[in-house]
Each structure stands twice: as structure tokens, then as C-alpha cells.
Write a protein that binds this ligand. Structure first.
Ligand SMILES: NC(=O)c1ccc[n+]([C@@H]2O[C@H](COP(=O)([O-])OP(=O)(O)OC[C@H]3O[C@@H](n4cnc5c(N)ncnc54)[C@H](OP(=O)(O)O)[C@@H]3O)[C@@H](O)[C@H]2O)c1
Length: 410
């Protein structure tokens, strides 16, 4: 590094869990960063609710690191910084998943870089791999475990047989779930992250509003126990794939076979599997959250902003969003334990063109449980069959249906 190089001034917006960890990291590693980039970074100002002035920080910075979260005032600050030609690094999934187009346009206008690795899967470098390593590959599908809270809860349920409520309580006590876990357990957090990943992977306009999501609140210990008998594990999966010239992006609980690369991802870890004909499959995994881990991903983007030239992002296409997709399913039905019940359920499934792969039937007093693993079928046909099954007089409660991902890579 030349001793005359001016310092690289970083304006830090937000000084909470990630912001303070980033500040510490930057101050611990200035020599390593200077060796890698030729410039020494320094914090030029800090904005919180009680200190700092954004206009002053913007004027005195080469780059802005946004770690406030949410839309207001983050959207305004990030947009203004980009338009002013200041590189921006953010960990803000709401901002990217709802205003990605606008921010890319602001970056292009200002000739600035927008880094958001930390917004998707913590320290897992999924964005970098899709953007750079696979820039010219035709990505067909991305599957992700992109929410550590739900993966922690499902792992605890599978390991101990705990109920959903008990596993959630444990996650809250250990700091893996917020006091209000709604965004995580409903799948909304994962949907925002999948919108960001899909937009990059397919070069297509995708926002949070395009991503239907289903969470894990209705999963029971029985589902997990019976699935284990069928050789499956349960994960909250974000799925983004090309289908018939369009794309489908969704989040749902899904059973995986042991040979799927996401099957062994346990606890609060995240992982992303990227499939393309050229590479078959790559899976990246690592801690999904945490102050220092997220700060490390933010610092990686800052170094990248200090180093490389601004590269125009490829144009983003408008591809149709496909809502009805083929999937295999698991079905759990509580029925009166009497002759002919299984035959009637099987008949309805057959009428919808659904074929059954395996069945487990168990008596519980006067009732029985049918647990069925189905071959792939259009989701609309499967849901229609479930509605018909629910109306049968011997069915005791609303049947529960869960996606099954059949791919394995072995
Ligand atoms: N925590 C994680 O593990 C994690 C993981 C991945 C991504 N992220 C993302 O990282 C970002 C930051 O998360 P965090 O956990 O560090 O949040 P946090 O602990 O709540 O910190 C937020 C910071 O932003 C400041 N702030 C809030 N509203 C503001 C406003 N109107 N004007 C100026 N400053 C404001 C707060 O100021 P005060 O100090 O005055 O309250 C605080 O310093 C979010 O986008 C989050 O989704 C977090």
C-alpha cells in the first residue's frame, strides 16, 4: 500500500447487533484490509436514532454500510447514497426484496456498487457464487434453507420429539428466535431471501409479492416421526426454479430424502443448493445469522467495493411467474378405523391422477392415521383431492399435506 493512499471512508448507518460487530471487525483488521485493497478503511461517521447526521456522513464517505434494517429510512438513505456515486453494502432483505429494481437503477445512475451478500444467508456466499462464479451458467433451480430459526426448531423437533411450541420456546430461550417470531415461522423472512436469490439466479424481476410462502406453525411431532419411518427429514425450503419459460419461487415445509444435500443441514445453519446443467449441483452452507458472522459477510462486500470496478448488472427480464407446479406430497389423514377407509381415500387420489408411493396405517383407539407418500402431481390437483378427502364422513380433522422433494444427488 502506498503511504499516500487516502483512507477509504465508510459511513455506518446502524450500530446494533450487526453494526457494532462490523465496527469492531473493521477496527481489528485494518492492516489486513489495507494489504488486500491498497487502502486503509476508517469509519467516517455513525448514524443511530440518537446520534449522527446522514447528510454529513454521506458527504464524508466513500461508501455507506446500511445496517438499520426495514424500509424507512433505509430506502431513502441507500437510494441517495447510490445516486451520489457512493458504494453501498447492506444486510437488509426487506429493502432488496421489495425495492431491488429501484436500487439497481440508482446504482446504475450513480455508477456505484450495491453489495448485499449478508441479506440472504448470513455468512454463506450464495450471492457471490451466483453473481460471479456462475455468471454465465444457466441456473435451473435454487433450493435453500435460508432461515436459521425455523431450521433450529425443526431440528429440535426431530431430535427430541418435542412439540412445535416447546421447540419454539427453546429457540427463544437460546436466542435463536425473536420474542415475536412471526416473520421467521410464517416463512416470510425466507420468502424475501428467495426473491433476492431468484432475481439474481434467473436475471428476472422477482419481488416478495411474487413469492407465496407457507411456514412451519402447523407441523406436528407426528409428521416428523412418521416421515422418519419413510426415510425423510423435514426442512423449511425456499424453492426457485425455471418452469416452461417462466419461473416459480415459493417457500414451504418439505420432506427431503437422505441423499438431498440440504437433508443434513441442522440447527441454525443455512444452506443453498444451486443446480445448473453445466455444474450439476453446488451446495454452500454455514451459519445463517449472528452479529459477527453477518458482519464478516458485510466486510467482504466492502472489500469488494474497495477493489473492483463497477460492473453493470445484466438486464433483468420479465418472466411469467408460474403458480401451479408439480410436486410430490406427503399426506396425513386421521380417520375412523373401519374397513374400506383406505380404499375410498385411494379412490379419490386416483380420480385426480395421483399415485401413491407408500402408505403407513396405524390404529389409535377407534381411529386410525393414514400417512401417505405421493408421486409428483400438479399442486392444484393434489389440493382438490385433499378438499374431497376432508369431506368424507370418516375423516376426523383437516388432512395435513406437506411437499416432498424427491431429488437426490449421490
Ligand atoms: N442480527 C442478525 O443476526 C442479522 C443477520 C442477517 C441480517 N441482519 C440484518 O442486518 C440489519 C441490522 O440488524 P441488527 O440485528 O443489527 O439490528 P439492531 O440490532 O436492531 O440495530 C439496528 C440499528 O439501527 C439503528 N436505527 C434504527 N432505526 C433507525 C433510524 N430511524 N435512524 C437511524 N438509525 C436507526 C438503531 O439505532 P439505536 O441504536 O438508536 O436503536 C440500531 O443501532 C437488518 O437489516 C437485519 O435484517 C441481521
Amino acid at each position: 500500500m502506498s503511504s499516500s493512499s487516502a483512507p477509504f471512508r465508510v459511513g455506518l448507518l446502524g450500530h446494533g447487533t450487526v453494526g457494532s460487530a462490523f465496527h469492531d471487525l473493521l477496527e481489528q483488521r485494518p492492516d489486513a484490509i489495507a494489504a488486500a485493497t491498497g487502502r486503509r478503511p476508517e469509519i467516517s461517521g455513525v448514524l443511530t436514532r440518537s446520534r449522527g447526521d446522514f447528510d454529513e456522513i454521506l458527504a464524508g464517505s466513500d461508501a455507506i454500510v446500511e445496517l438499520i434494517g426495514g424500509i424507512d429510512p433505509a430506502l431513502d438513505h441507500v437510494t441517495r447514497a447510490l445516486k451520489a456515486g457512493k458504494h453501498v453494502v447492506t444486510a437488509n432483505k426487506q429493502l432488496l426484496s421489495q425495492h431491488g429494481e429501484q436500487l439497481e437503477a440508482a446504482a446504475a445512475e450513480g455508477g456505484a456498487k450495491l453489495g448485499f451478500e449478508a441479506a440472504v444467508a448470513g455468512v454463506v456466499p450464495a450471492i457471490r457464487v451466483i453473481r460471479e462464479t456462475l455468471a454465465a451458467a444457466h441456473v435451473e433451480r435454487v433450493h435453500g434453507i435460508v432461515n436459521g430459526t425455523t431450521n433450529f426448531i425443526l431440528t429440535a423437533m426431530a431430535r427430541t420429539g418435542a412439540s412445535y411450541d416447546d421447540a419454539l420456546r427453546e429457540a427463544q430461550e437460546l436466542g435463536f428466535a425473536e420474542a415475536d417470531p412471526t416473520e421467521d415461522v410464517t416463512g416470510k423472512d425466507a420468502a424475501a431471501k428467495m426473491a433476492i436469490l431468484a432475481r439474481l439466479a434467473f436475471g428476472a424481476q422477482v419481488s416478495l409479492a411474487d413469492v407465496p410462502y407457507q411456514g412451519i406453525e402447523d407441523v406436528t411431532a407426528d409428521d416428523i416421526a412418521y416421515a422418519r419411518e419413510l426415510g425423510l427429514s423435514l426442512k423449511l425450503i425456499g424453492s426457485a426454479e425455471r418452469i416452461d419459460g417462466g419461473i416459480s419461487v415459493m417457500v414451504y415445509p418439505a420432506f427431503l430424502y437422505a441423499g438431498h444435500p440440504l437433508s443434513p443441514i441442522n440447527g441454525s445453519y443455512n444452506a443453498v443448493t444451486i443446480e445448473s446443467p453445466a455444474i450439476t449441483e453446488i451446495t454452500l452452507s454455514g451459519p445463517g445469522a449472528g452479529g459477527s458472522q453477518t458482519a464478516s459477510a458485510v466486510l467482504g462486500d466492502v472489500i469488494s467495493a474497495m477493489n473492483g470496478p463497477v460492473v453493470e448488472p445484466p438486464p433483468v427480464a420479465k418472466l411469467p411467474i408460474v403458480g401451479d407446479v408439480e410436486s410430490a406430497f406427503y399426506l396425513y389423514v386421521e380417520v375412523a378405523d373401519r374397513p374400506g377407509v383406505l380404499a375410498q381415500v385411494a379412490e379419490i387420489l386416483g380420480l385426480q391422477g395421483i399415485s401413491i408411493k407408500s402408505v403407513v396405517q396405524r390404529g389409535i383407539g377407534d381411529d386410525a392415521r393414514l400417512v401417505m407418500d405421493m408421486h409428483p402431481v400438479l399442486e392444484s390437483r393434489f389440493r382438490a383431492a385433499v378438499d374431497m378427502i376432508e369431506r368424507l364422513d370418516f375423516v376426523r380433522s383437516r388432512p395435513r399435506a406437506i411437499h416432498v422433494i424427491e431429488e437426490v444427488f449421490e
